[in-house]
Design a protein around this ligand. Sequence first.
Ligand SMILES: Nc1ncnc2c1ncn2[C@@H]1O[C@H](COP(=O)(O)OP(=O)(O)OP(=O)(O)O)[C@@H](O)[C@H]1O
Ligand SMILES: [Mg+2]
Length: 406
Amino acid sequence: MHTVLIISPGYPAEMPFFVRGLASTGVRVIGVGDQPVDSLPEMAREHLAAHWHVPSFADEDGIVAAVRERAAGVRVAQVESLWEPTMVLAARLREALGVPGLTVAQTIPFRDKEEMKRVLDGAGIRTPGHRRATTAAEVRAAAEAIGYPIIVKPIAGAGSAHTHRVDEAAQLDAVLPDLAGVPEVSVEEFVDGEEFTFDTICANGEVLYENICWYRPRPLVARSLEWISPITLALRDPLADHLAGGRAMGYAVIDALGFRDGFTHMEWYRKADGEVVFGEIGARPAGARTVDVMNYSCDTDLYTRWAEAVVLGRFTQPVTRRYNSASVCKRAQGQGRITAIEGLGPLLGDFDEWVTAVDLLPLGAPRRDWRQTLLSDGWVMVRHPELASCIDIADRFASDLRIYAG
Ligand SMILES: Nc1ncnc2c1ncn2[C@@H]1O[C@H](COP(=O)(O)OP(=O)(O)OP(=O)(O)O)[C@@H](O)[C@H]1O
Ligand SMILES: [Mg+2]
């Protein structure tokens, strides 16, 4: 039987949906992860034929050896990972088991932000000016060479952690201590503009599904100011004129990196003068429940469509975009436990028809760390066929829904 290994089947929260999607295509799904089988979410457990528990993702050599041994009696046909920290592990397992899919060498440009831009520069794609740096002196030299303002960020970062905008040399002193624990950074030209995604599901190198999300505001701003309710909005019309350059860049990037099967998640910038600039790309879906935002825009299950793409090489049903669809992430005011949620009733009264999901921390629950998780203290998803209405509704949830902690 066609057997697929899926890494970390229970975490992050989206993974059980991918497990279910895989199982629905008729393959046998085996999990490989650091969660003991008993602590896997029920949906993951239900659709796994087996789960190979490994002590820690930090010990990749150990995992490769253990999986190689366990796989001796099982013909593994595919290894899948949809979570950034385990992308290289998945590639190592593919190489060890001799199965197709991204190799380690093909995965590195998706992981190392300098290597990524080096390859894309070679393909003529407009990346921000950039340099790799491992010491404070190298960061200063790179900044001088590129010119302020700059961005300094980890070479393999995620979630905007340790990512800083620096406007002048004097400001570097304040920023460098935060990077002390980061072995290597990317120093980049600061690109001012709107920020979008380009997301795809590919099979055999062809794009079966594509999506563009608009971040409101830019992630770095959303991650710097606690009062903001970040909005990610999947646009119903990715063919709109102002998106054409980013979309074309998305196709060129996938081509340049030789990506063939699975999800991709690219971020790109559009400057006020219309120039588009590459941001980054992952060989995986966007996190923070953005796949659900995309699902609600098309009334489809992209977890299953992805599984069909990687197993069957095609979708079993067409995907049609019907809505603009958005998530609004909420951060409580105050510290400690959630004490009050205000405004939800009237908002649902006004927009019930357009609200697709509400998942807020309950009263009494401890607040989450908004710097660690974009989902923060909860989220609401909304949609509307008209872009202006979708923006209005999302903005109303951003401003009028208030969560308090104390
Ligand atoms: N060169 C740049 N110019 C302007 N803004 C930038 C630049 N590089 C990064 N940023 C800002 O910082 C954010 C985080 O950077 P980037 O996407 O490279 O890192 P990340 O931590 O992998 O992000 P993610 O949150 O998608 O995991 C970007 O979304 C953008 O807002
Ligand atoms: Mg990013």
